[in-house]
Every structure is written in C-alpha cells, then in structure tokens.
Design a protein around this ligand. Structure first.
Ligand SMILES: O=C(O)c1cc(=O)[nH]c(=O)n1[C@@H]1O[C@H](COP(=O)(O)O)[C@@H](O)[C@H]1O
Length: 278
C-alpha cells in the first residue's frame, strides 16, 4: 500500500486505528477451542467486527510461531482474511546481516514464495544499514523501524546520549532516514512516551509513526496526537489486548467492536481538531 492510499484510508474511515492480533489460546473464548483452527476463527471474527473502524491490522508473529506449523497456517489464513483496504503489519521485529534480512523480507512480503504478502514489517535496527535495506527493496512495501519503544526496558539503551547531546533514538532516526523515505519507512514510538514525540518530530517530521501502548499499557491518545500528529496525520495508533480481549465470552467480537469504536470516535475528534478531515 502506498502512502497516498494510507492517507486516503485514514480520511475516509476517520480513523488511524491499528488493531493488534496477538491471539493467545489461553485468552480467547473457551467455546472457540473446539474449532479446527481456533486462532483463525477468533481473528476472523475480530476482523469482521472492526474492519470499518480501523486502517491497519498488526499480527504479532510470536503469537503464531509459538505453535509451529499450525501457527504459521493460522497466520497465513489470517493474512489472507485481512481486508485489502487495510494496511497489514507483520510485527516480527526482524533484522540480520543483509543476506539473511533478504530472506526475512521474502518470508513476509513475497506471497508467491511464502503465502504471506504483508505491506510492512517491524525491524530492530541494531545491526545497521545492510540489515534494514533489504526490506526497502520490495516495491511498495514498508520497513517500520524501532526508535523509542513503549516498554520499561527501552530506557536501558534508547536514551543514551552522545557527545552532541543526541539520544540514541534520535541518532537512529537520523541515520535510518538516509536509507529510505517517508514513502517506505515508518518508526515505532511508544504511546507511553508522551512529550518525546516533540523530539521525534524534530527528526522525522513527515514519517508515519506506528504507536503501540494505548489501552493495556496506559499511553494517552490525546498526548500522542498533541505532540505527534503531522499534516497527514502521520500516526497509526495500535491497541491490542484492550480491544481483542474486551470480553472472553460469546460477545467477544461485539465488545471488541465497542472498544474499537470508542477509539475511532476519539481519533475522529483529533482529526477534526487538526483540520485533516471536516
Ligand atoms: O512494535 C510493536 O508493535 C511494539 C513496540 C513497542 O514499543 N511496544 C509494543 O507494545 N509493541 C507491540 O504492540 C503490541 C501492544 O499490545 P497491547 O499492549 O496489548 O496493546 C504488542 O504486540 C507489542 O509487541
């Protein structure tokens, strides 16, 4: 999906919501466990209940690969069930020497080879240029590079300052900016980082940011928008557990929809406030 198509979706749906699909057999409703593929049944119901309210879906690959071959099958079926107007994110956090990154790109982008044709993949940039650029050589596919993450451990490394007073996440963005463009690169910035979005926008004014951490991790959507929104919106805000596990009963899809709708309504207000939609 191109940047222009993504922006059009945001305006049409009045939403920049990304629904996470971190589907855990111990958390999904019990009655689905008798299905042939409970993970797929759950995801399909969540997708059908939320497709008009969100612009992206993000399956976290760990929740599939932990079940081996069956998990990969559930992932493939889930990817195939994603609405074509939604941006798809393989949250795989890959990155290795160039030769190996090329294979990871094939695994998640090349539908002919793997059965998976995600629009984008999350990347850990620690190994540098040759570990990231193979993901940027696949037509209109995107690399979403970790910059400032939402977890407590993010401050173990990501805020180290160099002699010029730049924190590591700022240096990462400056460097990675030279490998791609706002048409094929996004950055991950945790919603729990509030005012840090001001700094992020000094280094990446035009890029889209994937923002996990609202909902279960307590990040503020209002702060994310206040400090992080740009003229095209420039945000994909993810919520996973707060949506998909809103209920563990038979009404799970209905309750997931209600949670997604409440976020979409808040997002619509922010888009109106910023003059991005009218
Ligand atoms: O790259 C990510 O998606 C990610 C980066 C980050 O900084 N923090 C973070 O929580 N995530 C992912 O975003 C999702 C957050 O899920 P919830 O906390 O349930 O909304 C999980 O799949 C995490 O792996």
């Amino acid at each position: 999906m191109t940047r222009a198509e993504l922006i059009r979706q945001i305006k049409e749906k009045r939403s920049f919501l990304c629904v996470g699909l971190d589907t855990d057999l111990t958390k999904i409703p019990q009655h689905l466990l008798d299905d042939e593929d409970p993970i797929y049944s759950f995801n399909k119901a969540i997708i059908e209940a939320t497709a008009d309210l969100c612009v992206a879906y993000k399956p976290n690959i760990a929740f599939y690969e932990c079940y081996g071959v069956k998990g990969w099958e559930s992932l493939q079926k889930t990817w195939a069930a994603l609405p074509k107007d939604c941006f798809s994110i393989a949250d795989a956090k890959r990155g290795d020497i160039g030769n190996t990154s090329g294979r990871y790109a094939k695994a998640f982008f090349d539908e002919q080879a793997s059965g998976l044709g995600f629009d984008s993949i999350t990347i850990a940039p620690y190994m540098g240029k040759d570990s990231v650029t193979p993901f940027l050589e696949f037509g209109d596919k995107w690399a979403i590079v970790l910059a400032l993450t939402s977890n407590a451990g993010s401050l173990d490394f990501q805020n180290f300052e160099n002699n010029a007073g730049l924190q590591l996440f700022e240096q990462v963005i400056d460097k990675v900016n030279t490998w791609g463009t706002p048409d094929n690169l996004m950055y991950v910035v945790g919603a729990t980082r509030g005012e840090a979005f001001l700094k992020i926008r000094e280094h990446a004014p035009d890029h889209f940011l994937l923002v996990p951490g609202v909902g279960a991790q307590g990040g503020s959507l209002e702060d994310v928008c206040r400090y992080g929104m740009n003229k095209d919106c420039g945000l994909l805000v993810n919520s996973t557990r707060a949506i998909i596990y809103a209920s563990q009963g038979r009404d799970f899809a209905e309750r997931a929809r209600a949670e997604a709708l409440s976020l979409q309504k808040e997002m619509e207000k922010e888009l109106l406030k910023a003059g991005i939609i009218s």
